[in-house]
Design a protein around this ligand. Sequence first.
Ligand code: ATP
Ligand code: MG
Length: 586
Amino acid sequence: MVQYWAKEPQETGMSVREFSRRIFTSLWRGVYPKDQKGIRQQGSRCYRTLEIERQLPAPQANNCGGRWGNKGTRKSFSDRGWSYETFSSLRRTLIDNVLRRVTNTQASSLRRRAAEQLTGRGNSAPFLALVGVSLASGSGIITKEDEIEGVCYEIRRAVSGTPLLDQFKDVSKEKEETDAMELSLKDFLLGKVIAKGCSAVVYTAKQVEQKDDDFNLAIKMMFNYDAASNALTILRAMQREIVPARNVCLPRELSDSAAQIGEMVRVPPHPNIVEVLSVFADKVPGLPGDLQLYGDALPTRLNPGGSGRNMSLFLVMRRYDCSLRDYLLQYREEINSRISTVLLAQLLEGIAFLEHNGVAHRDLKTDNILVDLAGGPEHPRLVISDFGCCLADKNTGLRLPYRTYDTDKGGNPALMAPEVALAVPGTFTNINYEKADLWSVGTIAYEIFRGDNPFYSSETTTGLQSRTYSMTELPELTDAPPMIGHLVRSMLKREPQHRPSPRQAATIVQLLLWSPSAWIKESKTINSQEILQWLLTMTTKVLCESRWGNSSAALQEYQLVATFLATMSMQDIRASIHWIQDQLED
Ligand SMILES: Nc1ncnc2c1ncn2[C@@H]1O[C@H](COP(=O)(O)OP(=O)(O)OP(=O)(O)O)[C@@H](O)[C@H]1O
Ligand SMILES: [Mg+2]
């Protein structure tokens, strides 16, 4: 478990010296996962590791994403819009300052062994160790704003390269975004039906060559009533579905046409976004039970009365254990407020990432959110799925020109934000979706914490209408921690400008989960040095845990912390602490 991370050194009675020693030792071990004696005896091996790190491709000048950087408009975790060169020179200046002025033993040992490594492009860990030592020694060296953001950059960079987040590394730089690989249905074995939605059916699946009987994939077959039966037309017609896809397969003869697929933004991998491993178009197959389940969507080849086309789109996904809706129903008794808070944090991380990449999901509901229970029901990992209604336009971004009522505003009207539901078309009207998903998450928070959504009607009650509700009609979130109640209310403000940004909302919940309790219980000024110390303590823990592993349950939590560390900025954290403290004063 990871609750103790957040403790400040003072809280545990730890001396500054001891604190700095621990940060230094664990970060140093994080770099060399051998015992210290082994390292001394095998100095050359240590250097080899760092040399390998240095060979990694350098980030682009307009991209500070480190190993997770990517091209074009795709923005991965640690991409905060600063250039690597800026940070590189900042790092050098900072190291010079620290090595000159800090005189404790850790610093001198660092000076001896690591000065050249510290200034290299490679591993951030020794640099962070040095920062930790200098912070703990209270020398007040890191005070300038750009230096502080520089350290945050190093943290993002170090964490985004850990195995905890490795499977979510964006490989688009190393691989063409659209592959000419000829994957097709014949490469997969379909199992049983998982679910049928309005626009698709989802089957369990495995690769044909897979030896075991584990149907660990899910294949979503879209219902195609309109698009002509050729791969390019189908991919273009259903291009929203492929927004999170890592790999789009086109028949070899069409690979030159890949650029014509569309003007959609593609979202890089993220722990809280569905893993769509591959997408391809193929002939609709005849499968047991298909006539009863979705006969109408079948082509006449398979059902003379069907109105489906001969080919359709197939999405190969990782298979998740259930939808959030089913998880909340099945485990209601076991879900305590901490688990609910973790779920909310993951959901907010997911939509903050989408917003950062210029994507609005526009159909958030518990059926479209999936849950991985590999760490057990008390450690769920949630992912946002079903991008069939999303807005991901490279040209217009999150502002949709709204000229006529025919324009598609998204799915599920019950959970549609007021500014979207109330928009009136006009020559100059744009609907701004920047905070629309956030509003929907505010309503879903009720389902997570209490079980019911005040915006849904039941047999006995009429739900609130997003067009007309007033803040006084929102029920109390009595089962949630009071600060979550405040946050959910602010996410549900009618005017988007009065809501926090998705990034800020995510940061607030992460702070509620992991920050020192004094920060969220009493109104006091928290300075940047304290925040940096806390960030470094968490970074230490994440770097170490990701190397030596832990139970898969704990790893789920570390992954959530890593997601935060790989995205945070000092500015966001300060704003979020202010927000929390303002609520304390009210
Ligand atoms: N990767 C997956 N692993 C496990 N179950 C999945 C997966 N993808 C989808 N499902 C299940 O299938 C259901 C339908 O999937 P999805 O929402 O993508 O289809 P849809 O037809 O677009 O839905 P809608 O009815 O919202 O239009 C989900 O609610 C979920 O229960
Ligand atoms: Mg759906």
